[in-house]
Design a protein around this ligand. Sequence first.
Ligand code: GLN
Length: 485
Amino acid sequence: MSELWRLTAHEAHEQLRNKEFTSVELTQSVLDRVAEMEPKVNAYITLTAELALEQAKEADAKFASGTATPLAGIPVAVKDLIVTKGVRTTAGSKILENFIPPYSSHVYENLRRAGAVMVGKANMDEFAMGSSTEHSAYGPTRNPWNTGLVPGGSSGGSAAAVAAGEALLALGSDTGGSIRQPAALCGNVGLDPTYGRVSRFGIVAFGSSLDQVGPIGRDVEDVATMLQCIGGHDPRDSTSNPEPMPDMRHYLGRDIKGMKIGVPKEYFIAGMEPGVTARIEEALATLESLGATVDRSLSLPSTDHALAVYYIIAPSEASANLARYDGVKYGFSDRSGPTMWDNMEQTRAQGFGNEVKRRIMLGTYALSAGYYDAYYLKAQKVRTVINNEFAEAFAKYDVIVTPTSPAVAFPIGAKVDDPYAMYLNDIYTLPASVAGLPAVSVPCGFSEGLPVGLQIIGNFFDEGRILQVASAYEQASGFANQLAG
Ligand code: GLN
């Protein structure tokens, strides 16, 4: 019964049901692994070991009474911008270092209803701004495949926890790539749902028209199961889609014969690492061998503009969302100054890190009178052009396949002082985010010993189809349940 942390969630579920071990034993195995790995990886900001064992006991009761559903008793990591009642939620920021939420997010409520066990709150770039998890006020997370490298970000703690065996599954959030890119760099499956599929109630806001919570797991089946659990309508989020959630499991293990796959030329740029290009080409050949047609004549000419559009819209929304951290309502507060204004200024000066300040300044500038039309309004118009190009493509193709990231994991410190180099990490993930489309990253092999990710983008609310392609590809390639160590 050793090394239970190596199991996928669905394997663990089977064995829990067959009474081969209990959730308390499974959770203890994960907690032991956490104790071994955390000094090297730093995947968590807050560990909730005691709570996890209590929740595991409750899950064991569900198994005893025959009421356990697939996530019951499964140890998960929860990104630290997901509000959890009674458990500190920092969003990776000093400004929330003492924030104990009085309520829970929709996604955490759903996980708890399903009986999942929370191991802890996963590390992240401050307010989800970043691609390396180096912008955390709680120290960087390290990539379990090589601890000199970043795990990607901003959900780097979630992805590293899953890859290191410090959780079987995780929740991340994606605004411009923050689930898919770390999943790619850590060898996991990560899915960014359609905007509106998963309620944002109780999610610390970054870019409200872009943010979505989604699953990171060791294989496609686990990711489908978690999406099923967190998705669906929630009246507390006015952007939540009222359509009922279809059965995601229906799409697993089906063939993809005759499926039309578009591969956009603009995603194969100079500067892409040769090892990444090679793995993507092999993956495309695999998809073809499964009976899909792979058409490389697709062109999405505005792909290039997605980065500029994103870095106007996301900081603009962030500058408004982050105005609430004023030292009065939440967490950290410096009250040493002579006036309220001094205190507010000091609270924000000390409470926010440099990247967050940079985004607030960019966003405030882009929204200011005189510049609003030139930047924000223009960006919104180009956003529509990007949407229209995708809409035309989905009239012809079932899914669009691209690399997830142009490069494998890079050294800690390599890009942290060069914001533009850091922003370029997301060139392949930003377009789908800007359009609000669902996309999944699946492992497609290794380059220089480090994981490479394949991105599958779908039409609105077509998560089922991208999971179908991901599942068929995973079965053919065998790249499932890749653990570092
Ligand atoms: N890396 C991008 C950024 O820094 C995307 C982050 C995200 O998806 N949360 O904004």
